[in-house]
Design a protein around this ligand. Structure first.
Ligand SMILES: [Zn+2]
Ligand SMILES: [Zn+2]
Length: 297
């Protein structure tokens, strides 16, 4: 069945009744002009290949979503292998990104070597690059999971594969146990033999931040978004991922806010500060507009 664009009524229903919420949160859940409609899928795009049932806020809240709480209230990033100065996202940037977008404490674990006794590896016959078996990484993360971890995400510049007859995989996660591994290798133009352009570092950083926030959001049981052009849209290829904004739409924002319980003004202020710090000017401007809308200034 082809994807059908949601109408206004369906979108309002997905956001849900906001009576009883604080004024600022109600405004944050009112789209205004700041959100684009979900793009109609072209052949090869995620929604032309995958049928997404859609997940409104009420459905999400009724699905017993994974939430931080008790002693399991930290996000851990576990770097795997080398992160060269000029060829990978900065780990402190990824930490600050997750801390802002989830309003939780985020810690970077000591870097793990790609020890071939621990992780199965192979040379990909097409790219001639080394690849690490993603399942081995998930097992390792589970065995070494800190007791206070809500989730542990391994991040790596190594290419990954999920099983022998697959060419590669961008990442793999286990929602049940809260572990995942994501490779940024294929976000680097050099992986495909292209020279790194002037804006390469910024591009790689933005791609890495987007994949990080998207994948951690899945750890909170957020399904793919079918309501707006949103970070939680599914993506089938790099151009589709690049086109996605880094922000959550009102439906997805409501889910995350419900689970983490943050103050929405502080949330956007922290995200604004993050984008300013790392020179993501366009994103900072968007957040600033959103804050003005919320605070009525
Ligand atoms: Zn996804
Ligand atoms: Zn969304």
């Amino acid at each position: 069945m082809a994807f059908r664009m949601p109408d206004h009524r369906e979108i309002a229903q997905a956001i849900g009744d906001t009576k009883g919420l604080s004024l600022f949160l109600r405004r944050a859940l009112t789209p205004g002009d700041d959100f684009e409609p979900i793009p109609a899928p072209h052949p090869g795009d995620w929604l032309s290949v995958h049928q997404e049932p859609g997940q409104g806020f009420q459905e999400f809240a009724g699905s017993n979503p994974r939430r931080p709480g008790g002693r399991k209230n930290r996000i851990y990033l576990a770097p795997l292998g080398e992160f060269a100065e000029d060829a990978g996202p900065r780990l402190d940037m990824l930490r600050d990104c997750a801390a802002a977008y989830f309003m939780m404490d985020v810690f970077v674990l000591p870097r793990a070597e790609v020890n071939t006794n621990r992780f199965t590896t192979r040379i990909n016959p097409v790219t001639r690059n080394r690849q690490v078996l993603s399942l081995d990484v998930l097992v390792y993360l589970r065995q070494n999971m800190p007791k206070d971890a809500f989730c542990v995400l391994a991040v790596t510049m190594e290419d990954l594969y999920p099983e022998e007859d697959w060419n590669f995989v961008f990442g793999q996660a286990s929602l049940k146990t809260g572990v995942g591994v994501f490779s940024f290798a294929r976000y680097d133009p050099a992986f495909y033999g292209y020279t790194r352009g002037r804006d390469c570092e910024r591009l790689l950083s933005m791609r890495s931040c987007k994949v990080l926030v998207h994948e951690i959001s899945h750890m909170f049981s957020l399904a793919h978004c079918t309501f707006f052009h949103c970070l939680m849209n599914g993506s089938n290829h790099l151009a589709e991922s690049d086109a996605r904004p880094i922000h959550l739409c009102p439906v997805c924002l409501r889910k995350l806010q419900y689970s983490v319980g943050f103050n929405v003004v502080e949330y956007y202020q922290k995200i604004f500060h993050f984008h300013r710090t790392y020179d993501f000017d366009r994103e900072a401007q968007w957040v600033n507009r959103r804050l003005e809308h919320i605070m009525g200034t």
